[in-house]
Design a protein around this ligand. Structure first.
Ligand code: SF4
Length: 732
């Protein structure tokens, strides 16, 4: 038996329905009738953990049990509302499948098994193993993979220990290229929420952004408000998405041709002199290089590449210009589809720049952060390197990262990395380099720790599983890094005490620091730490606990007449052509590159989200899974392709990718005109193979299992997966 084979975590280590019932009683019925009329309601304000947006929540408690979660009216990002996932937090805290005890993997006679451990034993073992690996191979042999907001205390502990190799998978396919593409052009990122003044915009172009399916609460509220005020939307997407349903125009663009389309739109703006000449002359560099690159991309030429008629392209460019500067192209999220994601984001930024919409109502805006001083610097060792990524334009993003997650996987396969500390990342089902490669990497590790709330697939490969309590049972660090039109600092605070033998991340990190004899890393208590940080801005923990948020002065979003703009780029201007990219051997101006076509009988896999499913956090949430549209994954197939393969609407098929990998579980066919003939669409995050995840197990196919090919952006190290194709295998 391989020493890192997947081990099923027995029910003995999980909370169990009986334990949940005894602790929670009738609260799971989620109705007020479970309580006596005179039970006093308490409302605790905190912030959500079900996606990176981090909206403010109001948790309603009676008899020590949370029975409802609503949107905080005090918090600028929620504005009194939450998306479905945010309201479903009770399904996470009261999940009978929750990890209830620390677990240790034991090896005897070539066989592995799991057993319950005390916290002291688990932490001692973890500290000893990490210490040994650091002594033997150096600190660079240890990597932390993280997702979510509770990782920050572990990061401090690791830095004090001398380890600073941190990776967050979302850098690779989403935030990395988006941040760097925008920063290379404007000198700053687009942020979360994205700096587009959607509620005051008149005309917005979207390239594949799935608002309404991707439930980014504030953005969905702003776009709805924009539509109410007369905003018109154009959506370029091979699939008729929920957002396309709200659009004036849906253009079923051929996948992989966005840059050609953006070049054609620029071509019309410039050749018909519809761009903002004054703004471009005063605030940009590289106009001639841009024109030299895009002049050949006429609408007629782009039509042959994108499948969108030339007249349509021309009309959109003209309408876009007519509404400018109250018009914009949205930067989107999940921006890395092929190897050219950074350039694709640059093309979006350049299109915006040509309209002169920078810091104008309805255009591109730059939100401000709350000015919260950084935490006190702790006695960190002097690091040999701060960044471990080999990619020249890798960018450190917040939360912390110093390497791409696919480089961690590759370095593990090469035995450079020997130990993983995994916080909230379900590695086999997370987009890194696909499930197969992720498992091969885990099997090479000398030591692996997983900190999680649920027995996700990743915990089955770990040597130590540390059960963290949920976001509703703990303090985390302050969230002060989020720029918005009203800057704010949010507090995550415990709504109820930690259940079972789980602990908050801040306490686990403190225990590890003590075992490793790292003194002075943490304050006496997490409350003292938070209070001291808040004292620096004239507030206190006591004060912020009341509403969960400290709100600053509104950002001054718009430029004043005659205001001279400056940009933190090497030239001090918006860079239509980037000298830094050019000198590093990359294209100064975004170029259209043709991507591979699907083999005969295969179709490009496009992916997205469902409003009630995000990452691993909500996969097993019983309340969200009870919503009819969450129940299963489907593969969208065009009717003519369905006919060609003799597929019927509602039948189940297996998917086989171009490398011969067949989906473990079947998936239901949805025959629909809402998808192009060359593509199929499925939601990422289904097809869990771990039976302990009762609600998520065996639900349709796993997208991650079907990834065999990764296209790496050589500038930022971001990874695209849309050159993976599937065909159908009918059930016998
Ligand atoms: Fe939670 Fe939804 Fe807000 Fe994300 S968008 S933080 S899941 S309420």
């Amino acid at each position: 038996l391989n020493r890192r084979d997947f081990l099923k975590i027995s029910s003995l280590f999980l909370a169990g329905s009986a334990a949940i019932s005894s602790q929670v009683g009738q609260a799971l019925s989620s109705t007020n009738t479970a309580f006596a009329k005179d039970d006093r309601e308490e409302v605790v304000h905190s912030f959500c953990e079900h996606c990176f947006w981090r909206c403010g929540i109001a948790a309603h408690v009676r008899n020590g049990k949370i029975y409802k979660i609503t949107g905080s009216e005090h918090h600028p990002l929620s504005n009194g509302k939450l998306c479905p996932r945010g309201t479903g937090g009770i399904g996470q805290i009261y999940d009978p499948d929750r990890l209830a005890h620390p677990i240790i993997r034991e090896r005897k006679g070539g066989k592995s098994s799991l057993r319950k451990a005390s916290w002291d034993e688990a932490i001692t073992y973890t500290a000893e193993k990490l210490y040994q690996i650091k002594e033997k191979y150096g600190p660079e042999a240890i990597a932390m993979l993280h997702h979510g907001y509770g990782y920050t205390f572990f990061k401090e502990m690791f830095k004090a220990f001398g380890v600073n190799k941190f990776a967050k998978p979302s850098y690779d396919f989403c935030c990395g290229p988006r941040l760097q593409g925008y920063t290379m052009t404007y000198g700053h990122g687009t942020g979360t929420p994205e700096g587009i003044d959607m509620m005051n915009s008149k005309y917005l172009l979207f390239f594949g952004t799935h608002y309404g399916e991707n439930m980014h609460n504030t953005a969905v509220q702003e776009i709805s408000e924009g539509i109410r005020r007369g905003l018109k939307i154009v959506v370029f997407d091979p699939r008729f998405s929920t957002l396309a349903g709200k659009a004036e125009k849906w253009l079923p663009i051929k996948p992989g041709t966005d840059i050609a389309m953006m070049q054609a739109l620029m071509n019309v703006l410039i050749s018909e002199e519809l761009y903002d000449k004054k703004f471009v002359a005063e605030n940009t560099v590289g106009f001639d290089e841009l024109w030299a690159e895009i002049q050949h991309m006429t609408p007629e030429k782009a039509a042959t590449i994108t499948d969108i008629p030339a007249d349509e392209i021309r009309e959109i460019a003209r309408t876009f210009a007519s509404y400018a500067p109250a018009a914009a192209v949205h930067p989107g999220r999940r921006t890395q589809w092929y190897a050219d994601g950074t350039q694709r984001v640059r093309a979006i930024a350049i299109l915006n720049a040509l309209t002169g919409n920078y810091k104008m109502p309805g255009g591109v805006v730059k939100y401000e952060k709350f000015k919260l001083p950084k935490p006190e610097a702790h006695p960190h060792p002097h690091f040999k390197k701060d960044v471990w990524s080999k990619y020249p334009f890798f960018v450190q993003t917040k939360p912390e990262n110093s390497i791409t997650s696919h480089e961690v996987v590759q370095q593990t396969l090469e035995k450079e990395v020997r130990a993983w500390f995994v916080y909230g990342v379900n590695v086999p089902e997370t987009i890194t380099l696909g499930r197969k490669t992720a498992i091969e990497a885990m099997q090479k590790l000398d030591f692996m720790v997983a900190v999680d709330t649920l027995p996700m697939e990743v915990t089955g490969y770990a040597d130590i599983v540390l059960p963290e309590c949920t976001y509703l049972e703990r303090y985390d660090d302050l969230d002060g890094g989020r720029p918005y039109r009203t800057p704010f600092v949010s507090l995550r605070q415990p709504v109820v005490e930690p259940m079972f033998d789980s602990k908050p991340g801040n306490e686990i990190a403190r225990m590890m620091a003590e075992k490793l004899e790292l003194h002075g890393v943490f304050e006496d208590s997490v409350e003292t730490y938070l209070d001291k940080r808040l004292n620096k801005v004239g507030s206190s923990l006591e004060e912020v606990k009341k509403t969960g948020v400290l709100v600053g002065e509104p950002t001054n979003l718009y430029r004043k007449p005659g205001e001279k703009l400056t940009f933190k780029t090497p030239s001090g201007k918006i860079e239509l052509a980037s000298a830094q990219l050019k000198s590093a051997g990359f294209d100064a101006v975004p170029k259209y590159i043709k991507h591979p076509e699907p083999p005969q009988g295969y179709y490009r896999i496009l992916t997205g989200r469902k409003p009630m499913l995000t990452f691993g956090r909500t996969a097993n949430n019983r309340f969200l899974n009870e919503l009819p549209t969450a129940r299963e994954n489907e593969i969208w197939v065009n009717p003519r392709i369905a006919q060609k393969h003799a597929l019927s609407h509602g039948e189940y098929v297996h998917l086989k990718n171009q490398a011969g990998i067949v989906s473990e579980f079947p998936i239901k066919v949805k025959v629909t005109e809402r998808i192009r003939e060359d593509s199929v669409y499925m939601v990422h995050g289904y097809g869990h193979y771990y039976k302990k995840l009762k609600w998520a197990y065996k639900k349709g196919a796993s997208h991650n299992q079907l990834i065999s090919k990764a296209d790496i952006d050589q500038s930022t190290g971001a990874v695209g997966f849309q050159n993976n194709f599937v065909t159908f295998i009918k059930e016998a």
